[in-house]
Design a protein around this ligand. Structure first.
Ligand SMILES: NC(=O)c1ccc[n+]([C@@H]2O[C@H](COP(=O)([O-])OP(=O)(O)OC[C@H]3O[C@@H](n4cnc5c(N)ncnc54)[C@H](OP(=O)(O)O)[C@@H]3O)[C@@H](O)[C@H]2O)c1
Length: 244
């Protein structure tokens, strides 16, 4: 790689987030990654002088603005921001629906992207060209299952926001591309019944569920020169469980 690129991974401490951090570290990126509850990451110098861990509640506008002040001091040019944060999901069928679950998911999904853009809007031309990569879900493309309406509605709202930003951010030299993973074996899905996961894998055309590294590889591709003309795409990473 000719020039060292800097990427920020919001939610870098989760299953998919760690895989993204790992693949970018191997590819010589400078990585700023955030965690929410996993404080031990603050003390891990796993990436020597190229990996910086930051504690962040991404739903807090002031915290996000402060984070960007810190990041831009060390890294004035940003090539990518990957939005990976999520709340744990829970089965909430109609009879258990609560508005606070909707707002909680909305605050993490849309709030994280909104607060970041608000913190950067004065600097967008200067920091880039930057690519924003929200991680959605295959439920934004295919049929969502029962009981996840709070999570899916927040992801669809994030998708709508991101799609609008494709047109708005281009004049600053910025791009927006999305990734929609299928069920991926991480902490988020570890509470699902093993039988459910087994059936989901069996029903997948490739007969397996996604690994975090499958998603990370697509992030790496989007950040490469080969993907320079991609803008506004939503790439499914689901083995063909939704066919476009
Ligand atoms: N796993 C799947 O099957 C799957 C499928 C499709 C899409 N996705 C999407 O892929 C992304 C990653 O999923 P995952 O499976 O890796 O989830 P995960 O392991 O549960 O990780 C969630 C991440 O979000 C962070 N986080 C939680 N609340 C936060 C807050 N208020 N502010 C900032 N960060 C916060 C967590 O930080 P701490 O761990 O430090 O608390 C962690 O880094 C999510 O957007 C998810 O919706 C996942």
């Amino acid at each position: 790689m000719s020039e060292q690129k800097t990427v920020v991974v919001i939610g870098g401490s989760g299953g998919i987030g760690r895989a993204i951090v790992d693949v970018l570290m191997k590819d010589e990126f400078i990585v700023h990654a955030t965690f929410f509850s996993q404080d031990e990451l603050l003390h891990k110098a796993s990436g020597a002088d190229r990996l910086f861990w930051h504690k962040l509640d991404a739903t807090e506008a002031v915290a996000v603005a402060d984070l960007w002040k810190v990041i831009l001091k060390t890294s004035p040019t940003i090539n990518g921001v990957v939005f990976v944060a999520t709340l744990p999901t829970a089965y909430h069928p109609l009879m258990k629906l609560d508005w606070k679950d909707f707002t909680a998911h909305f605050n993490v999904q849309v709030g994280t992207f909104f607060h970041t853009l608000a913190a950067l809007r004065e600097n967008l031309s200067a920091i880039g060209p930057c690519q924003f990569i929200p991680i959605l879900t295959e439920y934004c493309q295919g049929r969502p299952p029962a009981g996840l309406s709070d999570y899916v509605a927040a992801k669809m709202a994030l998708q709508g926001f991101a799609r609008t930003m494709v047109a708005e951010l281009a004049k600053y030299g910025c791009r927006v591309n999305m990734i929609s993973p299928g069920i991926t074996l991480t902490e988020l899905t570890s509470s699902l019944p093993p039988k459910f996961l087994e059936i989901a894998a069996e029903q997948n055309p490739l007969k397996r569920l996604a690994q975090s590294t499958d998603v990370a590889a697509v992030v790496k591709f989007l950040l490469s020169e080969q993907a320079a003309y991609l803008n506004g795409v939503n790439i499914p990473v689901n083995g063909g469980s939704t066919v476009q």
